[in-house]
Design a binder for this molecule. Structure first.
Ligand code: ZN
Length: 456
């Protein structure tokens, strides 16, 4: 039997995000293998130091749970900066034709770059929502899985889909959508090939028809049946813009939430991206059904979509996490930046009590863990949980002198990331990626973006 390796983060501030709000001004986090074994004030207990011990002097830093990203489209790294001043429907209409030129050789470097930047911004677990599958594109889902394995993030990709082309009343062009039977077969194959339900899983699959204006009712219903038979989660975009509200009123005679409800698409195995345009009844339905929300304030601002009622959702008991959304509608794509944006967005309309700094950090940690069904395993720093930890340096120019480390992290500039551990493995050290060569990623992603923009 090999000697266990124990890592000790010593002398840092610790914000655990456990249910008791435990915080330590100077404390420790001990990791053995892929598990957290001790968290507390002062020095670690001697009994926690087993096997070969590596001690990190973490003074000047703040340890938080690794952040959890609940909505993204990794491939969109290749189409950043386009349609820069457009509404969602205008932006989609411009970008769909570009996305139909994707293939696995382009998606691999783009997804790797997007995942690497997420890691640099404190993200240890991310989902991906890939929903454009061109006929000659190859294994796009496989390309994102390979990218996540290379970077080392815990990965919850969803097999997305669109089957409602423009000729049938949908928004996407016909050549951007797939046949329903092919989608269902590919979804089943993705679960069989990749889904790992184990407690320390690094890879879980979900199913994610794209939106009410790009998929048929039949696809939504049959995908929900498949997900529930296979015990995987369901995800979609919903209630993102006023245009979508109007589309649902005209086509279905109801609101987006009523539409999903009528199809059995609300439940504690479902989470929805955006959920901006909700009335009180819709918030009540999300709360009563246990449906989660991925709040993406930067993307909502970028596209002028509106302001999510996060305060009301949380007050009603809805599970809410944060998402950077795809990089094409959220070029910053920084998960710690999204925590700041969520704070400011909530306060801009609801006053300073609408979102506390600790409440915003909770969205990105335990909130996200609840949304993706991993709150027993990740999302807080507690003995027995998986070792997904972000260690932020707060003793340099932008933050030194701010007494409350959570205020410094949430309201201040993005701090240097001293260390990012995922499943006990080091992914970022001293603000540098250790699993991938960032300069190579820059070159590869630039080449892939140019190829997408110019190919016909
Ligand atoms: Zn999205």
């Amino acid at each position: 039997m090999s000697t266990p390796v124990t890592l000790v983060l010593d002398g840092c501030a610790v914000v655990t995000m456990d249910g008791r709000g435990s915080e330590y001004a100077s404390g420790h986090v001990v990791v053995t293998g892929n598990l957290i074994t001790a968290v507390g004030a002062g020095s670690p207990p001697a009994g926690s130091l087993v096997g070969s011990v590596r001690r990190v002097d973490a003074s000047g830093c703040l340890a938080t749970p690794g952040l959890i990203n609940t909505h993204h489209h990794l491939y969109q790294w290749g189409t950043r900066g386009m349609a820069a001043d457009a509404t969602l429907f205008e932006w989609l209409t411009q970008l769909y034709p570009v996305w139909t030129r994707m293939d696995a050789d382009l998606v691999r470097p783009l997804a790797t770059a997007a995942l690497a930047w997420l890691a640099r911004t404190g993200c240890s677990t991310t989902m991906d929502h890939h929903y454009v599958f061109p006929k000659s594109g190859g294994d796009l889902l496989g390309a994102t899985v390979a990218a996540a394995r290379q970077v080392g993030l815990r990965f919850h990709p969803t097999r997305g889909s669109m089957d409602l082309g423009a000729s049938s009343g949908g928004l996407p062009p016909d050549n951007a959508v797939e046949d329903r039977d092919a989608i269902l077969l590919a979804s089943e194959a993705a679960i069989d090939q990749f889904h790992d339900a184990s407690a320390d899983s690094m890879l879980r699959i979900g199913l994610a028809p794209c939106s009410p204006f790009s998929v048929t009712k039949e696809l939504l219903t049959e995908t929900a049946d498949l997900a529930r038979q296979s015990k995987v989660r369901l995800h979609t975009h919903l209630a993102e813009t006023a245009d979508e509200d109007r589309y649902c009123a005209v086509r279905f005679g109801c609101t987006p939430v009523e539409y999903l409800d009528s199809l059995g698409w609300l439940g504690d195995d479902v989470w929805l991206a955006h959920a901006v345009h909700l009335d009180d009844a819709a918030i009540g339905r999300l709360a009563a059904s246990g449906t989660g929300v991925a709040h993406c304030p930067s993307s909502n601002g970028r596209l002028g979509a509106g302001v999510c009622r996060t305060h009301d959702l949380l007050a009603a008991g809805v599970r809410v996490g944060l998402g950077v959304d795809g990089a094409a509608s959220s070029e910053e794509s920084s998960l710690i930046g999204e925590v700041r944006q969520a704070t400011l967005t909530a306060r801009a309309t609801g006053g300073p009590q609408a979102m506390s700094v600790r409440g915003a950090l909770e969205l990105a940690t335990m909130g996200g863990a609840r949304v993706i069904g991993r709150d027993q395993e990740i999302g807080s720093l507690e003995a027995g949980k998986l070792a997904d930890i972000a260690l932020w340096r707060l003793d340099t120019l932008p933050h030194a002198g701010i007494a409350d480390p959570v205020a410094a992290l949430v309201l201040g500039a993005r701090p240097p990331l001293e260390l990012l551990l995922v499943n006990g493995q080091t992914i970022v050290e001293r603000d540098q990626l250790v699993t991938v060569d960032e300069r190579q990623l820059v070159a590869d992603a630039r080449r892939a973006s140019a190829s997408l923009a110019h190919s016909q």
